[in-house]
Design a protein. Sequence first.
Length: 391
Amino acid sequence: MSEAAREQRLRRVRALVGRGVDAIDTPALVVDLDAMERNLQRMADFAAGHGLRLRPHAKMHKCAALARLQMAHGAVGVCVQKTDEALALAEGGVSDIYISNQVVDPAKLQRLAQAVQSRPDVRWAVAVDSATGIERLATALTVAGVQAPGRFDVFVEIDAGQNRCGVEPGDAAAALAVQVLARPVLRFAGLQAYHGRAQHIRDATGRAAAIDLAARAVRTTTEALNRLGIQVPLVTGAGSGSFALEAGSGLWGEIQPGSYLFMDADYAANEALPGAPVFEHALFVKSQVMSRSPDRAVVDAGHKSHAIDSGLPRVAQPPGLDFANSGDEHGILRPASPDGTLPELGETVWLIPGHCDPTVNLHDVMVGVRGGLQQGRVERVFEVDARGALG
């Protein structure tokens, strides 16, 4: 698609502001602003009430406007997972960005270092789990002319139980912190301890056991650092499925939930944790019945409009329907019970995505609606600034 064609399409969507939900073309990604703002406030209240820094994961929405909104409601900054996500959000006015992932490619580090040099108004950070990562980051910053002491924050990532990225807890992690401290341009900002697999353990007891193991890894590493005379400024981590557990441990000073803002179908299937806020579904795919047979209705939202890695979407409205995948551009609806009815041709069907993060990445914009999905009106349009920012 040419830039002119894309801009024309964006103008058409922006023209929806002030109109009713019926005017939104399908399939479209729609944000229930009332529900989203309640989620926003509940998480902000939780973090403040527990004396925690809140750093939401912006890889979920990839939107600078939403990141700024989260910071206006008490977040200290945001996380991302990719260099180009960070650069896109910085361009959109986000002033505190942490790449909570490894960046070792010289080309990516060069882009990041140039942004650090040209954007002194932005606070930058990255996670490391290797000596090579530290060396290459420091070199890239030097080449770009970044010289101010402690200009760039570095978190040493430990393997908190996910068996993905992260150095072995304890002495190996402490050795990396020593290497960070040896580089004047870098500041040892603390430990990254995120247990991703724990987020989707359905039962609360199993999730608590997983975070207990993560806490043990944090303690082991903190003790190793203390033996070297190094204090840990901050432990950061946690997600939407476990943040109440990290908060209760007393070890984490910063939490990184992301999906709470929209609350997808997969997270909603988790057993609730004691003391955790309850979040509402705020992200929907608006679809329309395009074909109807006696035993099924077909909507115009296939998996080009919603991700299916965490399961198929749930039907929010009308009730009593099951969704079955039928390819890129089609979804099949059937009654959930023998006496159920199907929606009529042309009727609107609202879907709750199984996984919000990759669903958002399929769309250029999210349409914000105030007043509910039935009678609401379009209030604003959010551009997905970092869509496709995978590098």
